[in-house]
Ligand binder design. Structure first.
Ligand code: ADP
Length: 427
């Protein structure tokens, strides 16, 4: 069995978002962190390679995306997907246009679409104009984005400015008439010499129609929304089983722990909630700065307790406490000290037999994943919107006493009882 759909995402959380969407649509999906050295994992319908190519120079984004494409081609994928943000985050130089055109050239295809629409999250496109909720893109908060300010709501103009080929538009009146009308519009645009087309979409039904119309395109580009309609194309061709087991993870045992490095509002209430029923250990950044073996102390504390149930290790503090620490140590230095300590604790906990681990905080998750030698994540059942359980794929040779499942939670995600309810979603 080969992989069907090969996806290249321009950042990590975007990759997770897309992978979750594909799992919901019935594809068994693995998210890989960068382009791997080895062969593809077994029993997978879709692979999402997470790059960091959104704001790097265009040449670098192209090189990384082409390397990902080559790996996905070797994995046997028959269709490819370039995923970017639903607010079309890019600079006048790119990277959406340049990467899309480089991928098209490598695949020997002369046409693709660009559809960042995600109506469920308020991103709709009408007459080529992108709306964020009720506002035009250029009137939304995106106009002040620190790296990719979006000041023109016309995606045709934005994409044209960063592309060599001609950009056309598939208007909503075609989309409303169904997949055949859209395919006819593709043909008409091609005849006019267009190589890229922005597509209107204002509802999930529109995304399904567009997905069906893209069945024969070697490359599709867009946000995660347009991925909704693609799995059905493979199913129609008998390549994908009708599946409600896409989110199934292998059964795992192992002890349970939570590591919290986020100081966001949601994480602070989740830490307080878990403290009512589970033992917890606070990490003191000032003790770390003094060179004390805080990680060693945390692990010695955790070892006997783990046998009785989940434990919590946290650096989570109030804004006042964080400011006081940052004033003494510096913002970046404090962050790094804490991340390094939590990553070391994660390694130690796994050595002590932890097989089910929740990590709170985006940067914290990055540090933990790196320390554990995690190269990819098989996406499992969703705990709360945007946060699935995942099974870790780890580097060969890394000491791995048992399979490891991870829930990597962005700081502000999840309900107040997230740390206590998450375990019940595991097989
Ligand atoms: P979020 O997803 O909420 O943004 P992150 O993990 O991305 O969480 O970022 C939190 C940052 O704050 C990390 O760099 C972490 O090391 C740092 N941090 C955590 N606790 C403290 C603390 N008590 N004092 C200072 N910095 C802290």
């Amino acid at each position: 069995m080969t992989v069907l759909l090969g996806c290249i995402a321009d950042d990590f959380t975007g990759a997770t978002d897309l992978a979750g969407m594909l799992v919901k649509a019935g594809m068994r999906t693995v998210q890989l962190i960068g382009v791997p050295d080895g062969p593809p994992p077994q029993d997978v319908d879709a692979v999402v390679i997470a790059l960091k190519s959104r704001t790097v120079p265009a040449a670098e984004a192209i090189a990384d995306s082409l390397a990902a494409l080559r790996w996905l081609q070797q994995a046997g994928c028959s269709q490819f997907y370039f995923k970017y943000c639903s607010t079309f985050d890019s600079t006048p130089e790119g990277n959406i246009g340049p990467v899309a055109e480089a991928l098209m050239e490598a695949l020997g295809t002369d046409f693709t679409i660009a559809c960042p629409a995600f109506p469920a999250n308020g991103r709709t496109i009408y007459k080529g104009y992108l709306f964020v909720g009720d506002e035009l893109l250029s009137e939304s908060g995106m106009r002040n984005h620190p790296l990719t300010p979006m000041t023109d709501p016309s995606l045709v103009r934005v994409l044209q400015a960063q592309s060599r080929g001609k950009v056309g538009l598939v208007e909503h009146r075609s989309v409303a008439r169904g997949a055949e009308a859209v395919a006819a519009r593709f043909a008409a645009l091609r005849a006019e010499g267009c190589t890229l087309a922005i597509t209107d979409a204002i509802s999930n039904d529109d995304l399904i129609t567009l997905g069906a119309a893209c069945a024969d395109l070697p490359l599709v580009t867009g946000g995660s929304g347009i991925a909704l309609g693609l799995p059905e194309n493979f199913r129609r061709r008998g390549l994908l089983a009708k599946s409600d087991v896409a989110e199934q993870l292998p059964a795992t045992g192992g002890l349970r722990a939570v590591i919290a490095g986020s100081c966001s509002v949601a994480t602070r209430s989740q830490v307080a909630s878990m403290q009512e029923s589970a033992p917890s250990f606070a990490i003191d950044p000032l003790a770390l700065a003094r060179g004390e073996d805080v990680a060693g102390a945390a692990l010695a504390w955790a070892e006997p307790l783990l046998q009785q149930g989940p434990v919590l290790v946290y650096a989570t503090s109030s804004p006042e406490q964080v400011r006081a620490v940052q004033a003494q140590l510096g913002v970046a230095e404090a962050g790094e000290l804490v991340e390094r300590a939590l990553a070391e604790i994660a390694r130690g906990l796994v050595r002590l037999g932890v097989g089910q681990l929740i990590v709170a905080g985006g940067e914290t998750s990055g540090a933990v994943v790196k320390a554990l030698g995690v190269t990819g994540l098989r996406i499992g059942p969703e705990i709360d919107p945007g946060v699935p359980w995942t099974a870790a794929l780890q580097e060969q040779g890394d000491a791995q006493p048992q399979p490891l499942v991870l829930a990597l939670k962005s700081g502000n995600f999840g309900s107040v009882d997230f740390f206590t309810k998450a375990w019940s979603r595991l097989p």
